[in-house]
Design a protein around this ligand. Structure first.
Ligand code: AMP
Length: 220
């Protein structure tokens, strides 16, 4: 059985963390356009250079670029399922995704909205850091590493903070979310695909809720 899920929610809602768990527990493939764009920047490619400033300001990059990235990953993939994390972020991207999946004989099974209030987002995002080697996500207060500066999962000391995890960029990212991405809630609701859950609880409880949603949809 194939499963294709979208994780929706503002920056800092926990989409990446939950996506990583689904990868581990259900062997799905995580498609994060944010990660792909950060990779493009790190590789110094022409496209990476073009998007760098836009990303640091917290604005969305153009639809063409992210749709192109997703198309490349989907084409030729025989994965059992995908978790779309941070994509789609606009209605044009949502339409493009439907088309791409239809071309592969697939469809979106559910769009899961992780709800978190704005004050909590600011707190979460401002303490966030990740392991540059394996991508594990940590937080200064709520999820510190066991040993200072050392990743619990892979032992790497290459800890990174995102350039756009600062108060100014976060304000822009939130505004972009409310203006351009939140209409997707209505879009997936109207298609009967939207499921919402409370993202303010412990990670394990949120993960359990996602499991329940998948079960209710007969997806596992
Ligand atoms: P994220 O890691 O998902 O928070 O994405 C980081 C940044 O990458 C965003 O603030 C945007 O600048 C850019 N980005 C990621 N995904 C998209 C997307 N689907 N559409 C437009 N811009 C995106």
């Amino acid at each position: 059985m194939t499963i294709n899920l979208i994780l929706l929610g503002p920056p800092g809602a926990g989409k990446g963390t939950q996506a990583q768990r689904l990868v581990e527990e259900r062997q799905l493939v995580q498609l994060s356009t944010g990660d792909m764009l950060r990779e493009a920047r790190a590789s110094g490619s022409e496209m990476g250079r073009r998007v760098a400033e836009v990303m640091d300001r917290g604005e969305l990059v153009t639809d063409d670029i992210v749709i192109g990235l997703i198309r490349e990953k989907l084409e030729g993939s025989d994965a059992a399922g995908f978790i779309f994390d941070g994509f789609p972020r606009t209605l044009a991207q949502a339409d493009a995704l439907d088309e791409l999946l239809a071309g592969m004989g697939r469809k979106i099974d559910a769009a899961i909205e992780i709800q978190v209030d704005d004050d909590a987002l600011v707190r979460r995002v401002s303490g966030r850091f990740t392991c540059g080697n394996c991508g594990a996500v940590y937080h200064d207060e709520t999820r510190p590493t066991q040993k200072d500066g050392v990743c619990d999962q892979c032992g790497s000391t290459d800890m990174k903070r995102r350039a756009d995890d600062n108060a100014e960029s976060l304000r822009t990212r939130l505004m972009e979310y409310y203006k351009k991405t939140s209409p997707l809630l209505g879009y997936y609701y109207a298609k009967g695909k939207l499921r919402s859950l409370d993202g303010l609880r412990e990670m394990d409880e949120v993960a359990r809720d996602i499991g329940t949603i998948l079960h209710e949809q007969n997806l596992g």
